[in-house]
Design a protein around this ligand. Sequence first.
Ligand code: NAP
Length: 293
Amino acid sequence: MITSKTSFIALIGNPISHSLSPIIQNAALKYLGLDLIYIAIPCRNEDLKLLLNSLKTINCKGLNITIPFKEKVFDLCSEISPIANQLKAINTLKLNSMREWSATNTDVEGFIYPLKNLNLKNKQSIVLGSGGAARSVIQGLINLNFSTISVVSRNKKSLDGLINNFENQIKIQGLLNNDDQAQNFIKEADLIVNTTPVGMKKTTSETNELPYGEIFWRSLNEKTIVYDLIYNPAPTDLLKFSANKGCMTIDGLQMLIAQGMKSLSFWTDGLEVPFHIMDDALKNYLKKNDGNF
Ligand code: NAP
């Protein structure tokens, strides 16, 4: 029950009306029996500083930060974890004992979650896209001890930046999406991760939308695991196509839940909630809403 003693955690971003975080986090808070609720607060660029400073003074226990503020909040935090510094992105804040914001990033742990029980040491991987999520994915692949990472992108500038950032940690190379060499890498890949938004649900229905077009996927074979970060729809056209080829597939819902579990643990100084509590809440919500959110 919400009472005058109830505190809250908030998601700050813009737009956020389609976020699934309130569904999974409120289910988890209820399961843990905490007097806490999770809400979404849309914020304009020019209000970010005022909002974060104001939230320090009231009964707010923590925050999730999403697009477009994952980099902009750096200046408003007094403690930043090594992983958030490494990724140059923050997705979770909590108030420390001085009532200042302490920041971290749980996306890497979220990404790794569905992969951690597979033996992927010394395997070969491909990452599609070179934006913010690709950074977390590459860090996750490094942590899982992959032997090589090939990043395929349409954007040379962000691709070069990404390769520069990680080349002292792992054998990593960049390819533009129209480079024919990509076919050799796809043939040999143990894991391919899509971090582009291609395949995300739109208002207009396009069919069979695969990153870089169907021809790009002609060498895909059943030994490859295909992981799509997109969670709406789940599965995407890419995952349906890959499953038809006999590949193991992983959708973005598991990463969404796992990064949420890690954020909750950060806010509550180590409390854990079983994966199925958030997963059941999400599946029920999606079923009720016919997959539309
Ligand atoms: P981002 O920073 O905008 O990066 C997107 C990347 O995809 C960029 O390299 C972009 O290239 C490329 N791209 C965009 N449109 C493309 C197209 N039509 N064809 C080929 N490449 C294209 O976005 P992000 O934050 O990395 O997020 C990417 C996706 O991951 C989103 O769908 C997001 O929902 C999903 N995601 C899921 C989770 C989860 O928990 N499951 C977590 C994080 C992100 P340009 O620079 O040329 O545009």
